[in-house]
Design a binder for this molecule. Structure first.
Ligand code: USQ
Length: 416
């Protein structure tokens, strides 16, 4: 199959490209390198040193004997999006090119608006471009488990059966997102569902859980590493906890730490996306996959990180900062996830094994972490309308300057 990956330079996009190439698929990519710029904007960088995209392409050529066709451009420019689709005619499009950080979207009004405008515009452009250029192609759209929030009932895969006032229907399950970022994904889901219906498209909406890990089996050389973020805005729970332990900073389950989320290893997220690609939706079908492996409380993960770090001779400690988010700190959580196992999904390795591998890599890149230790502790508070002063004071000695939405040059000449 020919697969177009939008956001191919990202944490998931890059290992997905390697995984699909190894499976014999042809890979085309789009990116505007804005994640590299925005991580720099908050004073951070990737724990793993990653080269420019040209260097990544060279490594794929040299180490795998494969080519990736690449288009630098922005999903908010419709002529660019439709032109790539017309030229490449992909069988499948995996749409990952969105602002993916909840805390980043909560910095201030500017970051909230840019997150929603860019994410929703990019998805709408892609939907119109598919209709115009490749109506037969299958869209695999990256959404998030966070669209559902944490309701006090089981969470189905997208839809549920309901009896109400004597009538019965199958309806989209209510969405209760917890950040402007997560709401942008809710709006995307509505748009993908509607476009699929009116234009008879094929779509899979992936409700992705929190990914952890530094590696996939295809990352056989440092030149093939994916990025790994750990700062307060771009890093995610388990990845951040491992970095905190390496740096001798407190491991930080926010508030009571009873927040439960679905987690999945990077390698298994790639397996899941590949299963969605290789088993496309039918014409007119909008299907939803809850894509996570197991649910854990944040406290469970903090304690596991603590134990593994001690085994490795580190001296970790757990502290509970006040929760900077507005979220339930103890709650019921039982999402169903049956669609991917029905396609053959199987967990590849257990959580502790992957965590030990994360530590191994982070200890190798400890000097890069040390240089950015001041960006790890949380400052962005959901209750504040403007966090730029506190974020700027902690990260770069001044207010965080907004980044223009379109990257005009490749900032990846130096390691990101
Ligand atoms: N948390 C802590 N301590 C930390 C960091 C996070 O307790 O140091 C808590 C948060 O309060 C939250 C939970 O961990 O309750 C998850 O936070 P996160 O930062 O790991 O993940 P989140 O903001 O939900 O977003 C991440 C990705 C996003 C993806 C989402 C999947 O950044 O792109 O959509 O995970 S999900 O969470 O299932 O919606």
């Amino acid at each position: 199959m020919k697969v177009l990956i939008t956001g191919i330079d990202g944490y998931s996009g890059w290992p997905l490209a390697l995984h699909l190439l190894r499976r014999g698929h042809e890979v085309v990519g789009i990116d505007n390198f804005v994640t590299r710029k925005r991580v720099k904007e908050v004073g951070s960088w990737s724990a793993t040193p990653i080269g420019s995209f040209a260097k990544r392409q060279e490594a794929v050529d040299r180490l795998l004997g494969k080519k990736i066709t690449f288009y630098k451009g922005d999903m908010t420019k419709f002529p660019f999006v439709v032109d790539v689709l017309r030229r490449e005619k992909p069988d499948t499009i995996v749409h990952l090119a969105e602002q993916r950080s909840a805390p980043y979207s909560m910095i201030d009004v500017d970051h909230a608006v840019r997150t929603q405008v860019e994410n929703i515009t990019g998805t709408l452009h892609l939907l119109y471009a598919i209709r115009e250029a490749t109506p037969e192609s299958h869209l695999v759209k990256m959404g998030t488990m966070g669209e559902y929030g944490t309701p006090n009932v089981d969470i189905p895969e997208g839809f549920f059966e309901i009896d109400y006032n004597g009538k019965h229907d199958r309806l989209p399950f209510p969405r209760q997102a917890g950040s402007w970022y997560h709401w942008s994904k809710v709006f995307d889901s509505g748009d993908v569902m509607f476009a699929t219906k009116i234009w008879n498209l094929k779509s899979t909406d992936v409700m992705q859980g929190i990914i952890y890990g530094t590696r996939t089996p295809e990352i056989t050389d440092d030149a093939l590493l994916t990025r790994f973020d750990f700062d307060e805005t771009w890093g995610t729970a388990l990845n951040r906890f491992a970095v905190e332990a390496v740096l001798g900073l407190p491991i930080t389950p926010y508030g009571k730490g009873g927040q439960v989320r679905g987690f999945i290893a990077l390698e298994d997220s790639m397996q899941s996306l590949r299963l969605a690609v290789e088993n496309p939706a039918k014409s007119g079908e909008y299907r939803v996959f809850n894509q996570f492996d197991a649910a854990y409380t944040i406290n469970d993960l903090a304690e596991l990180t603590h134990r593994v770090a001690r085994d490795l001779g580190l001296n970790p400690r757990i502290e509970h900062p006040p929760d900077p988010r507005v979220e339930a700190e103890q709650h019921y959580y039982n999402p169903i996830h049956e669609n991917l196992p029905a396609l053959g999904y199987k967990r590849s390795r257990n959580l502790e094994e992957v965590l030990r591998e994360i530590f191994k890599d982070l200890i190798r890149f400890r000097r890069r972490l040390e240089k950015r230790r001041h960006v790890v502790m949380p400052t962005v508070d959901w209750r504040q309308g403007d966090n730029t002063a506190s974020l700027g004071a902690r990260h770069s000695g001044g207010p965080a300057a907004p980044t223009p939405p379109t990257a005009s040059e490749d900032p990846s000449r130096t390691p990101a």
